[in-house]
Design a protein around this ligand. Sequence first.
Ligand SMILES: [Zn+2]
Length: 88
Amino acid sequence: MKIQVKNDNDSLNFDSKKLLEIWEEKKGQKGWACCNLECDEKATDGIYVEKTGKNEDGKKYIIPVCRSCKNMKNFQYYINIDKLLEVK
Ligand SMILES: [Zn+2]
C-alpha cells in the first residue's frame, strides 16, 4: 500500500547519515533505494517525514531517500507504507 508523505524541513538540521543508520538498525534491513516511488536513485540519507492529507497523524517518521529528494523543501511524494519508521 502506498501513502503520501511530506519532507519535514527540520530534517536538514539533523545528521541524515545517522538517521539512515537508525532506520536500518530498527528495520533490520538495508535502505538501498530511495523511498520515493517516482525516483530510481539509491538511498544515501535518512530523513524525517510526515503523512499528508487524510492520513495526517501529527507523527514523525524516518525513511531512506536519495540526496536530491532529501533536499527538496515541502516535497510531497508517495512511498510504500511499510518503509515508515515511527519516531517515538
Ligand atoms: Zn529520491
